[in-house]
Design a protein around this ligand. Structure first.
Ligand code: SAH
Length: 356
């Protein structure tokens, strides 16, 4: 039997076999993609769930070497949307029956920030008649803060581990950023009842295929409910840009990301898997391609237009010129092209969460 077929049929996802899957090229690669598509269809049918993404602030206390909105980047104009602007965007998502929202920001900490988010959560639920499920993605916080936000109506949280290899993590972050604290945050989130999402960047300088296989195993072992992952993309105003000669060509990083998505879909059949914005930044049809190999979540950006350009984690971020209206008509067409349909008005909770 063909090696790849055998691994997929026996579902023997040892590190060694994951490396083999990650190294497949066409035509074997098509066996993997077809299997992932079948699994996706079996578990979420031909549906793709929407999450309206509001990048409400680019103010950040962290200094991650890869990220364009890191604290030390003086070239970024910092913004913070008003409560009114956030509520308007949330109402828009409710009117268009998106089913759910993601509130993402750089990392701020402290009592005032915690309270601000709690108040926003309550107001959004009130003004949209509890029709939206809310995901937060505001970085590392204390256990009490996570608990408070959950009680105020945030039911999902996204916190990427970025890489599961601790020594690589060290290379990508300053001394005072801690891998184990990030992991602890993920366990706190689980403890308080969130649907927990994590993810990694793919094609980072110094990262190996074995590291990526380790990432897949790490996510499986953590028993994550949702995953968002995509290619690492350079940003000229970051320290990691100095290592740009070490990274794979963008096309290869993108292909590797598709394989990561497809493999994880086969490993974790009932999780929610996002077709991330970075996928589209790397390839014009990147999100559609991700959906075709197992992703079932699409996150249209509904941040008010003037600010979109300021939330630049990496270069060539797509759709920064669009209005939310442009975005919506574009989404249905794009998802239609993949043979899927947009699940309007549905929360699209992680099935995995309810079965663990
Ligand atoms: N402050 C939040 C949100 C971070 S931004 C937090 O810490 O979780 C969301 C994600 O963008 C990050 O987790 C990271 O994986 C990704 N990202 C940042 N810079 C990137 C880059 N240069 N290329 C690709 N992805 C990047």
């Amino acid at each position: 039997m063909n090696d790849i077929l055998e691994i997929l049929q026996t579902e023997n996802f040892s590190r060694e076999n994951l490396v083999r899957l990650l190294k497949t090229n066409p035509p074997d690669q098509e066996i993997l993609f077809a299997k992932a598509a079948r699994v996706k269809e079996l578990y979420s049918g031909n549906k793709v769930y929407l999450r309206g993404l509001i990048e409400f602030s680019n103010v950040c206390r962290k200094d991650c070497y890869y990220c364009g909105i890191r604290k030390s980047n003086q070239k970024v104009e910092r913004y913070n949307l008003t409560g009114r602007q956030i509520l308007d965007a949330a109402r828009y998502a409710a009117e268009k029956r998106f089913g759910s929202l993601v509130l993402q920001s750089g990392e701020s900490k402290g009592k005032a920030f915690t309270k601000r988010i709690s108040t926003l959560l309550k107001k959004i639920h009130q003004k949209t008649n509890n029709t939206l499920q809310i995901t937060l993605s505001c970085g590392e916080q204390t256990a009490e803060t996570y608990k408070e936000w959950f009680e105020n109506g945030a039911k999902r949280y996204l916190l990427r581990i970025e890489t599961s290899n601790q020594s690589l993590y060290r290379k990508l972050h300053p001394e005072n950023h801690s891998f184990s604290e990030r992991v602890n945050c993920l366990y706190d989130l689980k403890k308080y009842g969130y649907q927990v999402g994590t993810g990694v960047m793919i094609g980072l300088p110094f990262q190996t295929i074995v590291d990526l296989a380790g990432d897949l195993l790490w996510m499986q072992q953590f028993d994550v409910d949702m995953v968002g992952m995509g290619p690492y993309l350079e940003h000229a105003d970051t320290p990691l840009f100095a290592e740009r000669d070490r990274v794979l060509p963008l096309k290869d990083r993108f292909e590797l990301s598709l394989k990561m998505i497809a493999i994880l879909r086969v490993m974790m059949k009932d999780i929610n898997l996002a077709a991330s914005t970075a996928m589209q930044a790397a390839d014009k049809l990147g999100r559609e391609k991700a959906i075709k190999v197992g992703a079932n979540v699409f996150m249209p950006n509904i941040t008010p237009g003037v600010y979109r350009d300021q939330y630049k984690l990496y270069e060539n971020k797509p759709c920064t010129e669009e209005t939310p209206e442009d975005c919506l008509s574009c989404i249905s067409v794009r998802i239609g092209l993949t043979g899927n349909e947009v699940a309007l008005g549905e929360w699209g909770d992680s099935i995995h969460y309810y079965s663990r």
